[in-house]
Design a binder for this molecule. Structure first.
Ligand code: AMP
Length: 318
């Protein structure tokens, strides 16, 4: 069993109220792989330039991730992204995006990457996501992420690839933009009609919601006092979510999906505690276990029949 992911492997420059970094390892596929590597062997697919440090390839290899499908283009430059966050961690400004080696990238998957049971099409050009989907043998579970940039400039190819996956993972604002529907549930239901059987709406510091044809589940984000760097939270969430699902493909049901949401939420909360990839690279399974337990504790409530019995709410009116 393994998980294949295509997406950016990047250098990021990030500014937040807690400081700034000029050039650190980032990228959607990187953040996803670091999280998903707790659950299964991960095969990131994507190019890096001659400027990509061997030490960063080592970070990517954390917990057994294979870098066989990371193509080094010696005379190219690695994908670069620069962004800035203000006090509202949910709002970020993209200052620069340089696709670099991704501009001419043609995915060639190893037999191991093609044979994976789970596939995550992280945020990258929709055409590339489609090519990787075409190259796969027969994945049992496929999920896709994207962003406003691709909805703006490549909506048709994006919709075409969404139609072919099991799960769409998007920010709530992007879901509304994609579908032209102002209401989140209405937007998710529209996507369900296109083909996917589930939609995950990411809501930053407010958590994430899962919408299926006959179900809804939501979890708050883990309440942290300080969010140092939100970059990669969505991809880390996806790594936990898809990773847990990949472990339970034989018995995929609503309970599994809910626990997958908890794993994604817990992992994302660690990612934002520090700049870049450092926190998740050093994370332990015990820490994830404890945080999932805390999430369970804060999101449950007791409901005795008498608490909400007919007439109980209006009792004070009598
Ligand atoms: P997230 O915060 O989960 O949305 O992901 C942030 C990561 O996505 C950063 O590490 C960036 O390198 C990467 N990223 C930003 N813009 C793009 C883009 N247009 N295409 C692919 N990856 C991107």
């Amino acid at each position: 069993m393994s998980i294949t992911v295509v997406g950016s492997i990047a250098y990021d420059a990030v500014e937040t109220p807690y400081g700034e970094r000029d050039r650190m390892l980032g990228g959607a596929a990187t953040h996803f792989a670091l999280a998903a590597s707790f659950f299964d062997r991960v095969h990131p697919v994507g190019p890096v330039g001659g400027d990509f440090a061997e030490s960063d390839l080592e970070v990517l290899r954390t917990r057994g991730t294979s870098t066989d499908d990371v193509e080094v283009v010696p005379d190219g430059r690695t994908f670069f992204w620069r962004g800035r966050y203000g006090w509202d961690a949910n709002t970020r400004e993209t200052l620069d995006t340089q696709l670099n080696v991704f501009e001419s990238f043609e995915p060639k998957l190893s037999p191991q990457a093609r044979a994976s049971d789970a596939l995550f099409l992280a945020n990258i050009q929709p055409e590339l996501q489609g090519q990787v989907l075409d190259a796969m043998d027969r994945p049992s579970f496929t999920a896709l992420d994207s962003m406003n940039l691709w909805i703006d400039i490549a909506r048709d190819p994006l919709v075409a690839v969404i139609e072919r996956v099991d799960c769409l993972i998007l920010n709530d604002a992007e879901l509304r933009q994609l579908t032209g529907k102002p209401n989140l549930i209405g937007a998710a239901r529209e996507v369900l009609e296109w083909g996917p059987s589930m939609v995950v709406s990411k809501q930053g510091e407010y958590g994430a919601a899962l919408i299926t044809a006959d179900g809804f589940f939501a979890l708050p984000a883990f309440p942290l006092g300080t969010v140092v760097d939100p970059t990669g939270a969505g991809d880390t969430f996806a790594g936990g979510f898809v990773g847990y699902i990949a472990q339970h493909l034989a018995d995929l049901n609503d309970d599994v999906l809910r626990r997958a949401m908890a794993c994604g939420t817990a992992l994302a909360s660690f990612n934002v505690e520090a700049f870049g990839t450092g926190r998740v690279a050093r994370l332990t399974g015990d820490e994830i276990h404890d945080r999932v337990g805390s999430l369970h504790a804060i999101s449950r409530f007791e409901l005795e029949p008498a608490n909400l019995a007919a007439g109980a709410l209006e009792a004070h009116l009598r």
